[in-house]
Design a protein around this ligand. Structure first.
Ligand SMILES: [Zn+2]
Length: 289
C-alpha cells in the first residue's frame, strides 16, 4: 500500500521502530526488497537519489509506485537527497510521495529558506518533506554527496529548523558517513546528541550512511527516536560480490532469471538483517491496509 512519509513514520515514532529506506535503483533490487518486506510483514521505503533517477529514468518511479500499490505492506516512494527546486519538481511530477531537500551544505539561514520553500510546494500536494542539518560524511564508493568532515547537528538548531521550515522528518549528523567505511575504521555515533535532538523536535529522525556502524549502536539509535535509516552500500555490496562470483563460475550464463537469484539471495540476507535490527519486522500490523 502506497503512502507518504508522514503517515508511515508517525506510526513508527509512536511504536519505537525504524523503517529501512533502500536505494534500489534497478528492478532486480526492487523485487528483492519487496519480497523480503512482504515475507517479514515489514513497512518499507523505496528511494532514489538524483543520480540514480538520471540513470534509470522516471518510468522506474512508475514501476516502484505499482509495486507499492500491489504490496501488502506500507510503502513510501521517496526522493533521496534532492538538491534543487528543479529536481524536486521533477520528482513530484514523477509521483514520489516524499522528497528530501538537502541544503545542509549552505549556511543555516539559507538551509531554512530553501527547505521552507520546498515544504510550501510539497505539503499542499500531500507529499512529505525531509530536511537535513549537520553533515553526513562520504566514504569510498558512494554516489551520494557528503563531506570529508562530519559536523554534528546542534539540538537548538534542530529545534529552530523544524519549527521554521515545517519539515516532516529530519536527517541529522551524529557521526555516520555514506558508503562503505575503510577496513578497520570503526565509526562512533554520538547518541547523547541524538537523544537531545529527539527531545527537542519530537518528529521522526533519519539516519543516513549507517552501513558500517556496529549493530548495537544502530539498535540503540532506534530506541532513542530514529525512525528511518537509509541503506544502500551494504545491500549492493552483498549483491555484487555474489554476482561477480556466479558470473566467473559460469561464463555461459545469460538468462536474467538464472543469473540473478543467487545474488538476490545474498542481498536478502542483508535486507532481512536490517529489518530485524531496526525492529521493523511484523509492524505492518499497525497500519490499516
Ligand atoms: Zn544520504
Amino acid at each position: 500500500m502506497l503512502m507518504n512519509m508522514k503517515e508511515l513514520l508517525s506510526v513508527a515514532n509512536k511504536n519505537f521502530f525504524a523503517v529501512p529506506a533502500f536505494n534500489i535503483q534497478i528492478g532486480v533490487l526492487l523485487k528483492t526488497v519487496i519480497d523480503c518486506c512482504e515475507e517479514l510483514r515489514a513497512p518499507v521505503i523505496l528511494e532514489l537519489a538524483p543520480v540514480e533517477l538520471d540513470f534509470i529514468t522516471d518510468s522506474f518511479v512508475a514501476q516502484c509506485l505499482a509495486a507499492a500499490h500491489f504490496a501488502h505492506v506500507p510503502v513510501v516512494v521517496h526522493f533521496d537527497h534532492g538538491t534543487t527546486r528543479e529536481n524536486i519538481l521533477r520528482a513530484i511530477r514523477a509521483g514520489f510521495t516524499s522528497v528530501m531537500i538537502d541544503a545542509s551544505h549552505y549556511s543555516f539561514e539559507e538551509n531554512i529558506r530553501i527547505t521552507k520553500d520546498i515544504v510550501e510546494i510539497a505539503h499542499p500536494l500531500g507529499i512529505s518533506v525531509e530536511g537535513e542539518i549537520g553533515t553526513i560524511g562520504t566514504a569510498a564508493n558512494s554516489l551520494e554527496k557528503g563531506t570529508d568532515e562530519i559536523s554534528y547537528t546542534d539540538p537548538d538548531d534542530a529545534y529552530r529548523f523544524v519549527r521554521e521550515t515545517g519539515v516532516d522528518t529530519l536527517a541529522i549528523g551524529i557521526g555516520t558517513a555514506h558508503g562503505l567505511y575503510p577496513k578497520g575504521f570503526v565509526p562512533r555515533l554520538k547518541l547523547d546528541i541524538l537523544t537531545e535532538i529527539k527531545n527537542k523536535v519530537g518528529i521522526p529522525l533519519v539516519l543516513h550512511g549507517g552501513s558500517g556502524n556496529p549493530d548495537d549502536e544502530i539498535a540503540e539509535s532506534v530506541k532513542r527516536g530514529v525512525n528511518k535509516i537509509n541503506i544502500s552500500s551494504d545491500m549492493k555490496d552483498a549483491f555484487f560480490q555474489h554476482l561477480r562470483k556466479d558470473l566467473a563460475a559460469d561464463t555461459k550464463m545469460l538468462e536474467p532469471s538464472v543469473v540473478f537469484p543467487g545474488s538476490m539471495n545474498a542481498a536478502r540476507e542483508v535486507i532481512n538483517h536490517k529489518i530485524k535490527l531496526f525492529n521493523d519486522a511484523d509492524k505492518a500490523k499497525y497500519y490499516q491496509l
